[in-house]
Design a protein. Structure first.
Ligand SMILES: Nc1ncnc2c1ncn2[C@@H]1O[C@H](COP(=O)(O)OP(=O)(O)O)[C@@H](O)[C@H]1O
Ligand SMILES: [Mg+2]
Length: 195
């Protein structure tokens, strides 16, 4: 399916709202295996995205994704900002150079995170949501149940990237905060595409 400008606006709006309401929960997850600021970081970035949505100056999908990317890169502060930002920027580039096909866009985003974070699937990061979701989309199996499983799987992983990696095996048993915020993001996508 195609990710239209209108759907993307609704998607980012929902994400901004949920990030706000889940701020404390995301901070708690990050307190267990990081420095406790993932919710606060994401709220800072998504508030700027809400300002952009209100100004409503993006003429097409690629422009909107680019605006959101720069908002996250400049406002978030933590490691997650440049990572989400790179995902959105690579999605913007893909939309500009190719098309707006959802599955290809999410794969472009996942590849951007892997490149920017030097991360692999299984490292216990947000990539452990993005890459499986890209795969699910390509198989026509993008749904809540699978999404939930990808998130739960991060609990048993040992972190190899980011602050959580300092804990080595003590990171096992906790859900990764960036994977949790990405799960929220893709739940919001399911909401806007009506599934
Ligand atoms: N190298 C990386 N590659 C992919 N994702 C990463 C990487 N480093 C950190 N992350 C993600 O960022 C999240 C932490 O974000 P945040 O708390 O906002 O930043 P910080 O770690 O700087 O405090 C992690 O839970 C993880 O999902
Ligand atoms: Mg943190």
């Amino acid at each position: 399916m195609e990710l239209t400008l209108d759907l993307a606006k609704k998607w980012l709006q929902l994400f901004a709202k949920d990030i706000q309401s889940q701020q404390g929960f995301l901070n708690e997850l990050d307190t267990a295996i990081g420095d406790g600021d993932h919710g606060t970081n994401m709220v800072r970035g998504m508030q700027q995205v809400q300002v952009l949505l209100q100004q409503d100056t993006a003429s097409d999908l690629s422009a909107l994704l680019k605006q959101a990317a720069f908002a996250l890169i400049s406002k978030v502060g933590g490691a997650s900002g440049p990572l989400y930002g790179t995902a959105l920027l690579d999605m913007s580039k893909y939309a500009q150079e190719h098309d707006s096909q959802l599955e290809a866009l999410i794969q472009a985003g996942a590849s951007g995170i892997a490149r920017r974070g030097q991360a692999q699937v299984g490292d216990k990061t947000m990539l452990d949501i993005w890459q499986p979701v890209a795969h699910d989309l390509s198989q026509g199996q993008f749904n809540r149940q699978n999404l939930q499983q990808h998130l739960a799987a991060t609990k048993d992983m040992e972190a190899h990237k980011g602050r959580a990696s300092y804990l080595a095996e003590r990171s096992i048993g906790h859900i990764d905060p960036g994977a949790q915020s990405s799960e929220i993001l893709f739940n919001n996508l399911l909401q806007v595409i009506g599934e």
